[in-house]
Design a protein. Structure first.
Length: 366
């Protein structure tokens, strides 16, 4: 029997989360504060989210028997990352409601579908070319004067499976570096800054949008987020409207992060979307009335969305690898709020926590 989502899931209901990383962990913490219980499904026995959840299942994402058992034990299911096998999600959705829906996951899993979908809404994206082999890549590079960013079609995040190609680089080397799989070549954007917008949307279409933030990347991985982004109000409104239109078109119930470029001539172009809590939204925990994680819980449980009011300016910085060893010093810093993810093993390039530094809002005189 398929469970149908009620108008409202009361506290005490069980939220299922696919994935046990830090996003699942922070979602579980937000859920507990509102009185909900959480069941985490992850193949990692020591997944950080399991430490703060009432129930957990340790099994592969393609173990359909365990997925069915998981689905029967919960009232609603969400996910903390996009790379979940389609059949797994469909199996769950036959038993329990999945929020956001399969369409949102399908679009965000595939970069070509993602670009085509956003473009179909009349929203600007970076120019792109699908590439199936090194011959396609060489031909596409001719159109770009030998420059661009090569990304895998799927399974790419935090700089994984992507490489920048500059004039004079050998296409075959870039193709091998990416893993010789189908991909997408994007025009290199000469941007003035990278920004992102997070939007929450309920089943009834109610929507809340957070202020755009500025993102700084190192080695293709987010290093620092500044809230709010130093952009003019009209650009901020445009970016928010773009995020709203994408969420509406996906019939999203949950959270959507939209990464964008602001070009040097002040155009806003969509880079990528993610239908889940996002690294660039961690600042909302400490600087907003309602965090992105609580908004996700509210949206999927059918309770009213919270305020996105920002009561402080904020800078969030990731603690990657052995940077987490600075925790003693960071705890002594006034105005800084430390978040550690409970990961047992420190590795280069692994996100171990983050620090958020708050400063008072600046009110401009009339």
């Amino acid at each position: 029997m398929v469970k149908t989502p009620s108008d409202l899931l009361e506290p005490g209901s069980i939220i299922g989360i696919l994935g046990g990383g830090q996003l699942g962990r922070m979602t579980a913490i937000a859920a507990a504060r509102l009185g909900y219980r959480v069941h985490v499904f992850s193949p990692d026995q020591s997944a950080p989210a399991k430490e703060v959840s009432k129930f957990s299942t340790t099994a592969s994402y393609d173990d359909l028997v365990r997925l069915e058992e998981f689905a029967r034990s919960v009232d609603v299911v969400t996910f903390e990352f996009e790379n979940i096998p389609a059949q797994s999600l469909l199996t769950i959705n036959n038993i329990a409601p999945v929020r956001p829906n399969y369409r949102a996951l399908e679009v965000s899993q595939d970069r070509l579908k993602e670009k085509a979908f956003v473009s179909s809404l009349g929203i600007g994206t970076t120019n792109y070319w699908p590439v199936q082999n090194v011959g396609d890549l060489e031909q596409a590079l001719v159109s770009l004067n030998g420059q661009g960013v090569l990304k895998s079609m799927r399974l790419g995040y935090d700089g994984k499976n992507q490489t920048r190609i500059s004039t004079g680089d050998v296409a075959s080397s870039a193709w091998e570096e990416m893993g010789e799989e189908s991909g997408i070549l994007e025009r290199w954007v000469d941007f003035q800054m990278e920004i992102s917008v997070i939007v929450a949307r309920s089943d009834n279409g109610a929507t809340k949008i957070y202020d755009p933030v500025q993102n700084h990347h190192e080695h293709y991985m987010l290093a620092r987020t500044v809230a709010p982004a130093p952009i003019k109000p009209d650009l901020a409104a445009e970016a928010g409207q773009m995020a709203y239109e994408i969420a509406k078109a996906l019939d999203l119930v949950g959270i959507l992060a939209v990464e964008m470029f602001v070009t040097k001539d002040s155009q806003v172009l969509v880079n990528e979307i993610a239908p889940r809590p996002h690294n660039s939204g961690h600042w909302t925990i400490d600087a907003c009335t309602c965090s992105q994680f609580e908004q996700l819980v509210r949206a999927i449980c059918g309770i009213p969305l919270g305020s996105t009011l920002r009561h402080s300016n904020a800078e969030m910085r990731n603690l990657v690898g052995d940077e987490v060893d600075q925790w003693r010093q960071l705890l002594k810093e006034p105005g800084a709020i430390l978040h550690l993810y409970g990961k047992l093993e420190t590795r280069p390039g692994r996100k171990m926590g983050h620090i958020t530094r708050l400063t008072p809002l600046v009110v401009e005189a009339n």
